[in-house]
Design a protein around this ligand. Structure first.
Ligand code: NAP
Length: 349
């Protein structure tokens, strides 16, 4: 991409603007599917942040459009000089007008972009259009802190939009003996902090993948209870069910709790139904047989292990395929993780 004139140097307002835009976008991870989460900060010519906005859900304004609207409402639009956006602005008409139009119609002349648009079907990128119109456009290097976080934000969307499959995060709780099976009469055995973490992860994801063994043993609710959920969120529960034996009563109860319940007889069918439903990020909450099947098929992107210790805090570990994992942005996740491949570009490439 062509590099053009830059008014603000990275390190003045840009680093904090990226941090603010990423944090705002991260608040809506799990609410935007099938769209990606996106954040935008608008700065004045001195690098002061005028406003920060995010895309809230499909059909709502894009982050750039909302940020410009907020500036207008606050009477600061004439001071807007720089936009810092976590994802390349769209240049096509979808449910909303192209964000490039909104930026070009504003006083903004400097644009910093955290990650390029991974959508292979969208031609004529927003960054190129802004460059051609004479704006200064910078894309964060993928191995910079901003680039990594912005790529992590859209890692599930990248996997989805390239038609691969949803991003798959496995959550596995182990007791002190290394067993996944809860004591008789219980559905869980982990500490309250681990439960909060699991519910934050549920909030961030669009679907839960489970197995028939877990449904029959636990009749799980799969609701977000320990943290506040997104408003009006309708998640999918996808059950691996080879024989069509899913109990009708459990399905009805799950639907009454606001879930859409779907079944598939094999992993291929399961992934396809999740793609068809617009699921970007799915979390696996299944028993040892389902986890073994997924591990053998190498069908996961990151693997969260919670080891319960009756004395002391649970130990949480993350094994990730690449450092570009959306788990980085879920509050309470351990910063350290075992990364199998140091990726400096998009995870699905
Ligand atoms: N600690 C944790 O993190 C955790 C999380 C969830 C659940 N659990 C516990 O796990 C236990 C249930 O575990 P589970 O292993 O019995 O059940 P599961 O892993 O939840 O389900 C097993 C799944 O594997 C399918 N399956 C089995 N063999 C297969 C094959 N060869 N090919 C394709 N699919 C196959 C089954 O389908 P069919 O039934 O149709 O054959 C079923 O959907 C419960 O006690 C639950 O409390 C623990």
């Amino acid at each position: 991409m062509q590099r053009a004139r830059v008014q603000l140097k990275s390190g003045t307002g840009i680093a904090s603007a990226y941090a603010a835009a990423i944090a705002e976008a991260a608040r809506f991870v799990g609410a935007t599917a099938p769209n990606p989460p996106v954040g935008c900060a608008i700065l004045d010519a001195d690098g002061e942040i005028l406003t920060v906005a995010a895309h809230h859900r499909a059909g709502a304004p894009h982050a750039e459009a909302l940020a410009l609207l907020q500036c207008e409402a606050a009477g600061s639009l004439s001071r807007a000089a720089t936009a810092v956006i976590t994802l390349e602005p769209c240049n096509h008409v979808g449910r909303t007008r192209p964000c490039t139009d909104a930026l070009l119609a504003s006083p903004i002349r400097d644009v910093w972009i955290g990650a390029g648009d991974p959508n292979p079907r969208v031609t004529g990128g927003g960054a190129a259009r802004l460059c051609e119109a004479g704006l200064a456009v910078q894309v964060a290097p993928p191995d910079s802190p901003e680039g990594r976080d912005c790529l992590a934000l859209i890692a599930p969307f990248t996997s989805f939009i390239r038609g691969l499959r949803p991003w798959i995060t496995v959550k596995q709780a182990l007791d002190a003996e290394g067993s996944m099976i809860p004591p008789a009469g219980a559905r869980t055995f982990t500490a309250p902090l681990s439960l909060h973490l699991a519910h934050r992860l549920r909030r961030a994801t669009d679907a839960i993948i489970t197995g028939m063994g877990t449904v029959l043993a636990d009749a799980p609710h799969f609701t977000v209870r320990h943290v506040a959920d997104h408003a009006d969120r309708r998640r999918i529960i996808a059950v691996l069910d080879r024989t069509g034996a899913l109990p009708a009563a459990w399905r009805q109860e799950a639907q009454a709790r606001g879930f859409r319940v779907a079944t598939a007889p094999d992993l291929g069918g399961l992934m396809q139904l999740l793609l068809d439903e617009g699921v970007l990020w799915a979390m696996v909450e299944g028993g040892p047989r389902l986890l073994d099947i997924l591990a053998r098929a190498s069908l996961w992107d990151d693997w969260l292990t919670i080891r319960h210790r009756p004395e002391g805090e649970d130990l949480v570990g993350i094994r990730a395929r690449t450092a570009i994992t959306p788990l980085r942005l879920v509050e309470g996740m351990p910063a350290a993780m075992t990364v199998e491949r140091e990726a400096v570009c998009s995870p699905a490439s």
